[in-house]
Each structure stands twice: as C-alpha cells, then as structure tokens.
Design a protein around this ligand. Structure first.
Ligand code: ZN
Length: 445
C-alpha cells in the first residue's frame, strides 16, 4: 500500500476515515461517492508516485475504489438511488472504469460487493469485458465469481498503459448523440424530442417510413443493458440503408417509430436499472397499488413516450432489453394480459418463428416462461401496450454472457456486433408477420 498526503483531498487513502469536510471535497473532486453504505469510497484513485490510477468519472462510468496495491485493486459497485414503490431497493450491477499506468503488469481486480448486486447469479460463468481503445472489446477469460464471498474477480496483464473494463461494451450517451445525428441526416428519417428527462436531457424519437402500420421499437429503459442500444444502431443503419431490400419492402407497408434510448440519465450516471430518481422505467407504465405512474416527477421518459404511442397508435411493439442470467436471445410474451387471445398467441408464435428463421442467434427454447392468465403486471411496458392496443407486443432479451443455447461463441461471447446484426434481422421478422398485422381491427379479438 502506498502512503498518501492526508491534506490533499484528491488523493484517497482507504485506510483512513475522513472528516465530512474532506469527504465533501473528495466528492467534488471525484463527483461520485457511495451514499448507501456506512463507509464512503471515491470513484477515482490517483497515485502521485506513478502507480495504478483508477477512474470512473466519465459518461456511463461506475466504480468505487476501496484500495489499490501494486498487484491488486479492490473495488465496489456504486449503488443507484433507492427505487420507491416498486423494487424497494438500491440497484447495482453495471460497472465501467479505466485503469492506467499498468503496462506489462499483472493485476487482480476484485469487486467485493458483487454479491449484493441486483442479479449476483448473473456473475456466474460471466467474463469481464475489456478494451484498450474503447472501440474493440474482448472478454477477460480469467474471470471468476466467488459465490460464497460474493466477490467478482479477474486477473489481467495489460499490453497497454490504459485499459477500460465494463460489464458489457458501453453504448455511451456520446455515442447515442452520434447515432441520433447520423439518423437525422438521412432523408428517410425524422427526429423529434418528445420531452425532457429529470436531468433535462432530450428524449429522442426517430420515425422512418410512411406505411400504414405503426411498428414501435423502444430500447434501454434499463440503461445498463447497453446491448439494447447496440441492437438499435444495427436496426437503424439497416432501415436507412437504401440498398437494403428488406427495409425498402417493410417501409412501403409500415412506419417504424423508435426511441433508441429510453433512459439517457441512467446511461450517463452509469446505472443498471433506474433513471435519475431511482425509478425502474419498466414498472412505470400504469399506476399500481401504492404509487402512481407514469409521472413527470418520477418517470417523464415513460410519460412522454406512452403519450406519443397513444397519439400515433400501435400495431406491433418491441421493447429491447438484456438479461443478466440467461445465456440466450428470446422474447418474453404477454400471456398474462387480460386480453390475451388465440390471435395474440398466434401472432407471437409467428413473429418468434420468423425471427428464428432470420437469425441463428435467436431461439425459443430458453426464456422466462409465461405468466399465468390474468397475472400480468400492466406497469411493464410490453404488457401495458398489449392490453391497451390489443396488438403484438414483446420484450426482447439479449445476454450479457454468451448465446450458448443454440449458437455459442465461447471466445468473444455476446458482443456489440452480434447485437447490431440481431437488430438488423428484426426487419425480416417484421416482414413475415405483416400480412397478419394488416388484419382489420374488428377481426382482432
Ligand atoms: Zn431490462
């Protein structure tokens, strides 16, 4: 352990308990501190003597530093704000940070509160993601999860001075802005801002095509599920590709409405599951029990988007997510909805089979299973849309680990590239169900 200057608030000594004033200064210098544990840890660590430097103070960053030795870095996941009413807990799981001044050194990184994360079982058989340039990511195969102690750890010998580690390759807010800018420059696409988030960020909505059917694809209500926006990038690029015949055919019949990032505040803040107020935006689509939703005070993202869906209408809806535990791509159905019918079941089956044909990464053998009849939670996006519009609506889940069920790739596992390819293939699945979606409304029951 290296000794530190106690009077310099930018330098953190984990063996000391600091005065409130010093913690305040540190929180200014490092911008994030843990507020949910009795001990406070910073999100940056700097060694003036040239040792390891850890930092998570950037777009989508999340980590707290407990201690740094020459060959071992001890870390903690930073918790999200308490989720009132629904989840009644502080979520955590997402991490993203950089480690510097480490070239040629073997270091063990330990996340010692991984066992208290939202889905600790998701760390079993998990491999940490790493990158030297922020563009190309690979898996650290020497990753293990100590179930008994709740510690996630990996050993890494760095080929460069700096390496970034993340739960999954991040799709940062900066990249989101680039995606939106590029899409809006296409003559095929229009951009509108539906409203502002609690941190005053725009809720970006893209519209492509002029066909009669209204197909919605929204992503990333859970911001740590970054594969969901990689998926959207693949889908948007394919829709705007003038040489893509499937896209051209789809857009003759349908208009595609998309909110590629439903939770920009959570994205920037490095959250797994909630927005700036701690709301789980996939439990905010109607009032239930002891809380009212969606509301401008707590969940403006859902408030504005649901209003827009009500104005435009909806013939099919895909809500794009990632699942921490299940190693497969799959749809969750809405069989627990009060209006679930043979027609909706048939549409779900047709859509699922079409996606299986379109992509070898998609499958139907592994998933959540169905709710019992009438037991759906209508505060969940896809269930609310199914019930309100009597239409096909699914939750699409992608893995954080590998898609082992039918198409394992042990070396690279699930990646941004595979997410993007799956996004592009959604167009083919939509095309297959268009004739069924075109049935007149009176035949829909
Ligand atoms: Zn999710």
């Amino acid at each position: 352990m290296i000794a530190f200057d106690q009077d310099d608030p930018t330098i953190y000594n984990p063996t000391k308990r600091y005065s409130p004033r010093l913690i305040h200064l540190q929180s200014i210098m490092t911008s994030q501190v843990s507020v949910n544990s009795s001990t406070t840890f910073p999100s940056a660590y700097y060694d003036p003597k040239g040792g390891t430097v850890i930092n998570a103070n950037f777009d989508s960053g999340n980590i707290l530093v407990e201690s740094v030795d020459s060959d071992c870095v001890t870390l903690r996941l930073r918790s999200e704000p308490f989720t009132e009413g629904t989840d009644k807990r502080c979520h955590s799981q997402w991490f993203y940070f950089r480690s510097s001044q480490i070239k040629g050194r073997s270091i063990t990184y330990r996340i010692v509160n991984a066992g208290q994360a939202s889905y600790p079982a998701g760390f079993k058989n998990y491999r940490t993601c790493a990158s030297y340039d922020g563009e190309h990511w690979y898996r650290v195969h020497d990753t293990t999860y100590d179930d008994a102690k709740g510690i996630l750890l990996w050993n890494h010998c760095s080929a460069e001075d700096t390496v970034w580690f993340a739960y999954f390759p991040p799709f940062t807010y900066e990249r989101h802005q680039q995606l939106i800018a590029k899409a809006a420059m296409s003559e095929l696409c229009s951009l509108r801002v539906l409203g502002l988030t609690l941190d005053h960020r725009p809720i970006d909505y893209l519209k492509v095509g002029r066909g009669k059917l209204n197909l919605w694809v929204n992503a990333r209500v859970h911001p740590g599920e970054s594969m969901a926006e990689w998926f959207m990038e693949g889908l948007i690029h394919a829709l705007l590709d003038e040489a893509n015949e499937a896209s051209r055919s789809l857009l003759c019949e349908a208009t595609i409405h998309m909110v590629p990032n439903m939770n920009p505040d959570g994205t920037v803040r490095g959250h797994l599951r909630t927005n700036a107020s701690g709301a789980n935006l996939n439990r905010e689509w109607c009032s239930t029990g002891d809380y009212s939703a969606p509301s401008l005070q707590r969940s403006p993202e859902v408030y504005y988007v649901l209003n827009e869906v009500k104005k435009i209408g909806c013939d099919a809806y895909v809500d794009v997510h990632g699942d921490e535990e299940i190693e497969a791509n799959f749809f969750a159905d809405c069989a627990g909805c009060p209006n679930w019918s043979p027609r909706l079941k048939s549409l779900f089956d047709e859509f699922s089979d079409a996606y299986c044909q379109a992509s070898e990464d998609f499958q139907r053998g592994k998933g959540y299973g169905s709710d019992e009849p009438g037991q759906a939670n209508l505060a969940i996006g896809a269930d609310q849309i199914t019930n309100r519009f009597n239409c096909l609506a699914v939750t699409l889940e992608m893995p954080f680990k590998d898609a082992t069920f039918n198409n394992p790739e042990p070396e690279r596992q699930w990646t941004p590239e595979r997410s993007k390819a799956l996004g592009a293939k959604l167009i083919h699945a939509f095309l297959k169900v268009l004739p069924s979606l075109k049935q007149p409304a009176q035949q829909r029951m």
